[in-house]
Design a protein around this ligand. Structure first.
Ligand SMILES: Cc1cc2nc3c(=O)[nH]c(=O)nc-3n(C[C@H](O)[C@H](O)[C@H](O)COP(=O)(O)O)c2cc1C
Length: 220
């Protein structure tokens, strides 16, 4: 499977099977978390077989069923974009291992997450993890022209980057981001609303996979 196919095959999954994650996969995931924490300075923790996190009796948006595993995304108090970027590395890694995920800002019980936070850190968000009842489903996306300044003269790598960004999860599927290009310099801006900075980190990781990191540099 190519990176693009992997991104395309990922959808948010909220209903899970009562099927434990194999020891081998758990070890691979724990190792990946360790590697990401040492690279990023984040303090991400992964929990297996802890059903309490999603045990919320809140009807409506994003009710979760039988989710027993999750990533607790912990880091410095102001780290939204970083949390998004590194969390999405874990999401796509889980997808590669045949697992399903869903970012969850609202649909979990913070009081039921027993995390160890260091001074100056906080729990930003969690990501549900496990074997889904289904692989989720396709959803609507904004068009390339709504999300960027790309046109018929844009290089292929740029279009591929935007297409990859279209597949990225964003809170309430808001897709409030916009890409601009000047030569090989690319700027990505977040719109103003909830979780747009975290979304931006997620979207930038997708863009890098789609465009190829060697083809451009980020314009801050
Ligand atoms: C930062 C962030 C927070 C999210 N919070 C929730 C949540 O609290 N509950 C929920 O059910 N889905 C949540 N989602 C999942 C989004 O609703 C989902 O990613 C979006 O609708 C796009 O669908 P897709 O992931 O299948 O592409 C969140 C996604 C992101 C990126």
């Amino acid at each position: 499977m190519t990176d693009f196919e992997l991104m395309q095959s990922r959808h948010s999954v909220r209903s899970y099977l009562d099927k434990p994650i194999e020891e081998e996969k758990k070890n691979l995931i724990a190792e990946k978390v360790k590697q990401i924490n040492s690279e990023s300075g984040l303090n991400i923790q992964v929990f297996f077989n802890e059903p309490k996190c999603f045990n919320v009796n809140k009807p409506g948006y994003g009710i979760f069923k039988d989710c027993k595993n999750y990533f607790a995304m912990i880091g410095p108090k102001v780290a939204d974009e970083k949390i998004g970027y590194y969390g999405e590395i874990l999401v796509l890694y889980a997808q590669e291992l045949g697992l399903n995920t869903c970012w969850a800002a609202m649909s979990y019980k913070k009081g039921n997450v027993t995390v160890n936070t260091e001074k100056g850190e906080k729990l930003h968000i969690v990501i549900a993890l496990g074997y889904g009842e289904t692989q989720g489903h396709e959803r609507k996306t904004k068009s390339i022209s709504e999300l960027s300044d790309a046109d018929d003269n844009s290089p292929e790598w740029y279009i591929n980057g935007i297409k990859a960004a279209q597949t990225a999860p964003t809170a309430i599927n808001q897709q409030r981001f916009y890409f601009t290009r000047n030569g090989n310099k690319v700027k990505a801006k977040a719109g103003h609303f909830v979780y747009t900075k975290m979304d931006l980190g997620i979207v930038k990781y997708h863009f890098e996979l789609g465009a190829g990191k060697d083809n451009f540099i980020w314009d801050k």
